[in-house]
Write a protein that binds this ligand. Structure first.
Ligand code: SF4
Ligand code: SF4
Length: 283
C-alpha cells in the first residue's frame, strides 16, 4: 500500500475549488518561490516546527534535543515538554487507506455543496504514486481537484489528470529567466503541462499569485493573458500578495527574505485580461 507525507488537512475550505472542500496538503516542493506562504511544505521530510507566539524561552525543547541527540535542536520529543504546546510535527505519514477513510467521513456534506477533496501542497504531483492511488480510491466517491504549480514531468501530469476531475493551475511568471530567479526553476515544463491541460478539455481554473514588482508588470500580465488566449482559456483568478506571508517562516527556522518591496500593493491590472476576453475574479 502506497504511503504519503501530509503536512496539513484543512476541512471546510471554500477557496480551493468548487463548493466546500477538504484540502490535503502533501509535503515537498521542487520550487522555491520567494513569496511561498507554506515554508513548512517545501522540504519532503517531516520536520518539527515551533510557534514563536507565547514562547516562555524556557529552552525545555532545546534541552530535550541536547539530551537525545547531543545537538541543540528541536526533536519530536520536544513537543511533549513544551509547557505552551507550541511545537508540532509538520509531516505525518498516511497510507492511502487511512487518508481515504478520513476523507470519506465528510463526503456526503462536501458532495451536497458541489465540493469534494483538493490535493495541494507543497507540490502534490511530487508524490505521484500516493496521489494517484488516493485519486483512484476516491473515484465516484467525491469530486477530486489538484492544486498545482504544474512543475512535473508531462507523463506524470497526464496520468494524474486522467484520475482527477478539476485543476487549480498556478501561472507565476512568463519569462523563463525571471521564473528561474524568483521560483528556483525554469517554467518550460509548467507551460508545457498547461498546454496539455487546456487541450484535454478537463475543467480547470488558472490562478495567478500577484506579487508586487515581480509579476504585476504590464509586460508579464500581457504575456500571461496572451498565453491563456492562445490556449483558449477564458477565466482567471488573481490572488493579491498578502503581507503576512513571512509570518510562518520563524516557525520553521527559515528566514523570510523577499527581494521585493512587500509594502507596495500589487497592481492587479484586470483590464489586461479583459482585453483578451478573459473573465477576472479577484480572491
Ligand atoms: S519549550 Fe516551548 S515555551 Fe519553552 S522555549 Fe521551547 S517553545 Fe518556548
Ligand atoms: S510552488 Fe507553492 S509550495 Fe512550492 S515553493 Fe512555490 S508557493 Fe511554495
Amino acid at each position: 500500500m502506497e504511503k504519503g507525507i501530509v503536512f496539513s488537512i484543512e476541512e471546510f475550505s471554500v477557496y480551493d475549488g468548487p463548493g466546500i472542500r477538504t484540502t490535503v496538503f502533501l509535503k515537498g516542493c521542487p520550487l522555491h518561490c520567494m513569496w511561498c506562504h507554506s515554508p513548512e511544505g517545501q522540504s519532503f521530510a517531516p520536520e518539527m516546527i515551533r510557534s514563536p507566539n507565547g514562547c516562555l524561552h524556557c529552552d525545555a525543547c532545546i534541552k530535550k534535543g541536547i539530551e537525545l541527540t547531543g545537538q541543540p535542536q528541536i526533536v519530536k520529543e520536544s513537543a511533549a515538554v513544551c509547557p505552551r504546546n507550541l511545537i508540532r510535527q509538520a509531516g505525518d505519514e498516511y497510507s492511502v487507506e487511512e487518508l481515504v477513510v478520513k476523507l470519506k467521513k465528510n463526503a456526503a456534506i462536501l458532495n451536497a455543496s458541489g465540493g469534494g477533496v483538493t490535493f495541494s501542497g507543497g507540490e502534490p504531483l511530487r508524490q505521484p504514486r500516493f496521489l494517484n492511488a488516493c485519486l483512484k480510491a476516491l473515484d465516484g466517491v467525491m469530486h477530486r481537484a489538484i492544486q498545482t504549480s504544474g512543475f512535473s514531468s508531462p507523463r506524470i501530469f497526464s496520468e494524474i489528470m486522467k484520475n482527477s476531475d478539476y485543476f487549480l493551475f498556478d501561472l507565476k511568471l512568463m519569462d523563463p529567466n525571471k521564473h528561474l530567479y524568483y521560483c528556483g526553476q525554469s517554467n518550460a515544463v509548467i507551460l508545457e503541462n498547461y498546454r496539455i491541460l487546456a487541450a484535454s478539455g478537463k475543467e480547470f481554473i488558472t490562478r495567478i499569485p500577484v506579487i508586487p514588482t515581480v509579476n504585476d508588470t504590464e509586460e508579464n500580465l500581457t504575456a500571461t493573458a496572451a498565453f491563456m488566449k492562445e490556449n483558449q482559456v477564458k477565466k482567471v483568478e488573481l490572488l493579491p500578495y498578502h503581507k503576512l506571508t513571512g509570518s510562518k517562516y520563524a516557525m520553521t527556522g527559515r528566514k523570510y527574505a523577499p527581494e521585493f518591496d512587500e509594502t507596495i500593493p500589487p497592481q492587479l491590472h484586470p483590464e489586461i485580461f479583459e482585453n483578451y476576453g478573459i473573465e477576472v475574479n479577484v480572491l
